[in-house]
Ligand binder design. Structure first.
Ligand SMILES: [Fe+2]
Ligand SMILES: [Fe+2]
Length: 172
Protein backbone atom coordinates (compact mmCIF):
# COMPACT_ATOMS: atom_id res chain seq x y z
CA UNK A 1 0.00 0.00 0.00
CA UNK A 2 1.11 3.51 -0.78
CA UNK A 3 0.92 6.04 2.05
CA UNK A 4 0.47 9.00 -0.30
CA UNK A 5 -1.57 9.03 -3.51
CA UNK A 6 -1.55 11.49 -6.39
CA UNK A 7 -5.03 12.56 -5.27
CA UNK A 8 -3.64 13.44 -1.81
CA UNK A 9 -0.99 15.55 -3.50
CA UNK A 10 -3.46 17.12 -5.96
CA UNK A 11 -5.86 18.09 -3.15
CA UNK A 12 -3.24 19.87 -1.05
CA UNK A 13 -3.41 23.71 -1.10
CA UNK A 14 0.37 23.93 -1.73
CA UNK A 15 -0.07 21.93 -4.95
CA UNK A 16 -3.08 23.97 -5.97
CA UNK A 17 -1.10 27.17 -5.48
CA UNK A 18 2.25 26.29 -7.03
CA UNK A 19 1.57 23.50 -9.54
CA UNK A 20 -1.34 25.51 -10.95
CA UNK A 21 1.05 28.46 -11.42
CA UNK A 22 3.17 26.49 -13.89
CA UNK A 23 0.21 24.63 -15.43
CA UNK A 24 -1.92 21.83 -13.97
CA UNK A 25 -2.56 20.31 -17.40
CA UNK A 26 1.21 20.15 -18.07
CA UNK A 27 1.83 18.58 -14.64
CA UNK A 28 -0.78 15.88 -15.22
CA UNK A 29 0.52 15.11 -18.73
CA UNK A 30 4.07 14.78 -17.44
CA UNK A 31 2.86 12.46 -14.64
CA UNK A 32 1.26 10.21 -17.29
CA UNK A 33 4.34 10.33 -19.56
CA UNK A 34 6.56 9.48 -16.57
CA UNK A 35 4.31 6.53 -15.72
CA UNK A 36 4.56 5.19 -19.30
CA UNK A 37 8.26 5.93 -19.92
CA UNK A 38 8.99 4.58 -16.43
CA UNK A 39 7.83 1.14 -17.57
CA UNK A 40 10.61 1.01 -20.19
CA UNK A 41 13.20 2.06 -17.60
CA UNK A 42 11.79 -0.29 -14.98
CA UNK A 43 11.62 2.39 -12.30
CA UNK A 44 9.13 2.64 -9.47
CA UNK A 45 6.05 3.99 -11.27
CA UNK A 46 4.59 5.56 -8.15
CA UNK A 47 7.73 7.66 -7.69
CA UNK A 48 7.92 8.46 -11.42
CA UNK A 49 4.31 9.71 -11.54
CA UNK A 50 4.73 11.78 -8.38
CA UNK A 51 7.98 13.35 -9.58
CA UNK A 52 6.41 14.03 -12.99
CA UNK A 53 3.37 15.63 -11.40
CA UNK A 54 5.45 17.85 -9.08
CA UNK A 55 8.42 18.59 -11.37
CA UNK A 56 7.51 22.26 -11.96
CA UNK A 57 6.21 23.07 -8.47
CA UNK A 58 9.18 25.43 -7.98
CA UNK A 59 8.16 28.10 -10.48
CA UNK A 60 8.17 31.75 -9.50
CA UNK A 61 6.16 34.38 -11.29
CA UNK A 62 8.34 36.73 -13.28
CA UNK A 63 6.44 39.93 -13.82
CA UNK A 64 7.66 43.34 -14.91
CA UNK A 65 5.04 46.11 -15.05
CA UNK A 66 2.27 43.56 -14.73
CA UNK A 67 3.45 41.49 -17.71
CA UNK A 68 5.19 38.13 -17.71
CA UNK A 69 8.85 38.76 -18.59
CA UNK A 70 10.39 35.70 -20.18
CA UNK A 71 13.88 37.22 -20.11
CA UNK A 72 13.74 37.61 -16.31
CA UNK A 73 12.78 33.96 -16.08
CA UNK A 74 15.65 32.91 -18.40
CA UNK A 75 18.17 34.94 -16.43
CA UNK A 76 17.16 34.25 -12.84
CA UNK A 77 15.09 31.07 -12.69
CA UNK A 78 15.96 28.42 -10.08
CA UNK A 79 12.73 26.40 -10.32
CA UNK A 80 14.38 22.94 -10.14
CA UNK A 81 16.01 23.87 -6.82
CA UNK A 82 12.95 25.56 -5.38
CA UNK A 83 10.79 22.71 -6.70
CA UNK A 84 12.90 19.94 -5.18
CA UNK A 85 12.62 21.64 -1.80
CA UNK A 86 8.91 22.42 -2.06
CA UNK A 87 8.00 18.93 -3.25
CA UNK A 88 10.11 17.34 -0.52
CA UNK A 89 8.44 19.40 2.21
CA UNK A 90 4.97 18.67 0.84
CA UNK A 91 5.58 14.91 0.51
CA UNK A 92 7.04 14.59 4.00
CA UNK A 93 4.14 16.60 5.40
CA UNK A 94 1.70 14.22 3.70
CA UNK A 95 3.46 11.26 5.31
CA UNK A 96 5.63 10.04 2.42
CA UNK A 97 8.53 7.73 3.24
CA UNK A 98 11.62 9.94 3.63
CA UNK A 99 13.78 7.89 1.24
CA UNK A 100 11.06 8.14 -1.42
CA UNK A 101 10.69 11.88 -0.81
CA UNK A 102 14.47 12.21 -1.35
CA UNK A 103 14.45 10.23 -4.65
CA UNK A 104 11.56 12.32 -5.95
CA UNK A 105 13.18 15.60 -4.85
CA UNK A 106 16.40 14.64 -6.68
CA UNK A 107 14.49 13.75 -9.85
CA UNK A 108 12.89 17.21 -9.71
CA UNK A 109 16.24 18.89 -9.08
CA UNK A 110 17.73 17.28 -12.20
CA UNK A 111 14.70 17.41 -14.54
CA UNK A 112 16.25 20.28 -16.46
CA UNK A 113 19.85 21.38 -16.90
CA UNK A 114 19.33 24.86 -15.46
CA UNK A 115 20.52 23.70 -12.02
CA UNK A 116 23.53 21.82 -13.41
CA UNK A 117 27.07 22.88 -14.22
CA UNK A 118 28.35 22.07 -17.73
CA UNK A 119 29.51 18.54 -18.38
CA UNK A 120 28.40 14.94 -18.56
CA UNK A 121 26.53 13.41 -15.66
CA UNK A 122 25.33 9.96 -14.87
CA UNK A 123 21.65 10.24 -14.06
CA UNK A 124 19.62 7.57 -12.31
CA UNK A 125 16.86 5.92 -14.38
CA UNK A 126 14.20 7.84 -12.40
CA UNK A 127 15.92 11.16 -13.11
CA UNK A 128 16.09 10.30 -16.84
CA UNK A 129 12.43 9.32 -16.91
CA UNK A 130 11.24 12.62 -15.41
CA UNK A 131 13.42 14.64 -17.80
CA UNK A 132 12.14 12.70 -20.84
CA UNK A 133 8.53 12.97 -19.67
CA UNK A 134 8.85 16.76 -19.37
CA UNK A 135 10.52 17.04 -22.80
CA UNK A 136 7.71 15.00 -24.33
CA UNK A 137 5.07 17.50 -23.20
CA UNK A 138 6.93 20.70 -24.16
CA UNK A 139 5.31 22.95 -26.75
CA UNK A 140 6.86 25.80 -28.74
CA UNK A 141 6.68 29.21 -27.04
CA UNK A 142 6.25 27.54 -23.63
CA UNK A 143 2.56 27.02 -24.40
CA UNK A 144 2.59 23.86 -22.28
CA UNK A 145 2.59 26.11 -19.17
CA UNK A 146 -0.65 27.83 -20.24
CA UNK A 147 -2.75 24.86 -21.35
CA UNK A 148 -5.93 24.39 -19.33
CA UNK A 149 -8.45 21.65 -18.72
CA UNK A 150 -11.44 21.89 -16.41
CA UNK A 151 -11.00 20.86 -12.81
CA UNK A 152 -13.40 17.94 -13.01
CA UNK A 153 -11.28 16.50 -15.81
CA UNK A 154 -8.08 17.14 -13.82
CA UNK A 155 -9.47 15.25 -10.84
CA UNK A 156 -10.64 12.28 -12.92
CA UNK A 157 -7.27 12.03 -14.72
CA UNK A 158 -5.48 12.04 -11.37
CA UNK A 159 -7.80 9.36 -9.98
CA UNK A 160 -7.34 7.25 -13.12
CA UNK A 161 -3.56 7.43 -12.80
CA UNK A 162 -3.80 6.53 -9.10
CA UNK A 163 -5.75 3.44 -10.15
CA UNK A 164 -3.10 2.47 -12.71
CA UNK A 165 -0.39 2.88 -10.06
CA UNK A 166 -2.35 0.75 -7.57
CA UNK A 167 -2.80 -1.97 -10.22
CA UNK A 168 0.92 -1.93 -11.00
CA UNK A 169 1.72 -1.95 -7.26
CA UNK A 170 -0.59 -4.82 -6.46
CA UNK A 171 -1.50 -6.83 -9.58
CA UNK A 172 -4.63 -8.91 -8.96
FE1 LIG B 1 10.67 22.62 -15.47
FE1 LIG C 1 7.86 21.16 -17.21
Amino acid sequence: MRTVTLSDIYNHPITQKYVRRSGMAHAISVAYHAFHIGQEYEVNLDWAAKAGFLHDIGHYEWYRDGEWDYQLYQDYDIHPIKGAERAHKLLVRLGEDKQVAKEIAHAILFHTDSALPKGQFEFTPLQKVVHLADEKDKQPGNLHHYRNIDQKKERSLIQELDKKIDEWNDPA
